[in-house]
Design a binder for this molecule. Structure first.
Ligand code: SAM
Length: 299
């Protein structure tokens, strides 16, 4: 499926289905012997999507999701810790951008009076709410869904939904940036910056600068072609991730935030994985992920 400037999707299609891929990883981690976190809702989403005709990735794709399981688990844990630390620092307003099937509003021990806004495509948020309501799951914070495309005027939609830009906010940008073109990423951070009162915090999963090196892009492309060939040989049809991603060199998130009055710390993915003792299998991933986990506090 080719991306367009105003494309939209349901949970089982195009970019929407990537949220199911992440939910698969969280369900698997939850069932592990020593999980980094527990997300009892991930499996509910997968079951509900299967009832709607979604078929979980099999074969080469399933192997790939398994291979990056430690990355996905470490990432979830890092964002969980970010929100808990923001609450402990007195922040009572949070915005989860491109929330997908993230169930933090239902599973984290939020400080009382916290309000969490979730932004994603309308059909994605509707699916999520329907599944949780069907299982009578109640939120552990005030929950406000803001169904809007992040390429549209989401700041206005957020304000209309009750967001207060004069209060410090905890923002998360997880699993989103590859799906935005470079200029849309730039606008996203300008808007976040405009809406952020002093002491706001942000957590971002960002491309590392090395991701865009010619050498890495060539190796990555080669690996994708190889996986697609293996998949075709097994009679499967593995979608090309580059049909959904925008491989465009873009602002370095840490530098951009530093230049806009944010105090920033950056943790390369490899260091995050080492922190949780969760290495990546070298045969399928080269043992590394070229992303950074960037945290900022608005000065
Ligand atoms: C890989 S999933 C990640 C979801 C969630 N952050 C997580 O980590 O589980 C990508 C999500 O980004 C959302 N998304 C991507 N582009 C978007 C856009 N332009 N507007 C709103 N949502 C978008 C998709 O709908 C999907 O839920």
């Amino acid at each position: 499926m080719t991306r367009t400037d105003d494309d939209s999707w349901d949970i089982t299609e195009s970019v929407g289905a990537t949220a199911l891929g992440v939910a698969m990883a969280r369900a698997r981690e939850t069932a592990a012997e020593s999980p980094l976190f527990t997300d009892r809702y991930a499996q509910l989403f997968l079951d509900a999507a299967a009832e709607r005709g979604w078929r979980p990735p099999a074969g080469v794709m399933a192997d790939r999701i398994r291979a990056i399981g430690n990355y996905a688990a470490s990432r979830t844990k890092w964002f969980d810790e970010f929100f808990l630390a923001a609450g402990a620092a007195g922040i009572r307003q949070a915005v989860i951008l491109a929330a997908g099937l993230d169930a933090r509003v239902w599973r984290l021990p939020w400080v009382h009076d916290t309000v969490v806004f979730e932004i994603d495509q309308p059909q994605v948020l509707r699916f999520k709410q329907e599944v949780l309501a069907a299982h009578r799951v109640t939120a552990t914070a005030g929950y406000v869904a803001v169904p809007v495309d992040l390429r549209q005027d989401w700041p206005e939609a957020l304000r209309q939904a009750g967001f207060d830009p004069s209060r410090p906010t905890a923002w998360s940008v997880e699993g989103l940036l590859p799906y935005l073109p470079a200029d849309a990423q730039h606008l996203l951070f300008e808007r976040i910056d405009d809406l952020s009162a002093r002491d706001s915090r942000i957590a971002v999963e960002a491309f590392s600068a090395d991701f865009f090196s010619e050498e890495h892009l060539a190796r990555r492309r080669e690996r994708i072609e190889q996986m697609r060939a293996e998949s075709a040989a097994a009679g499967e049809d593995m979608p090309d991730p580059d049909q959904l991603w925008f491989i465009e060199e873009r602002d370095d998130v840490g530098s951009w935030l530093s230049e806009h009055r944010w105090e920033v710390s950056t943790l390369p993915a490899d260091d995050l994985l080492a922190r949780y003792h969760r290495p990546l299998p070298a045969d399928t991933t080269e043992g590394t992920m070229l992303t950074d986990f960037v945290e900022g506090i608005r000065l």
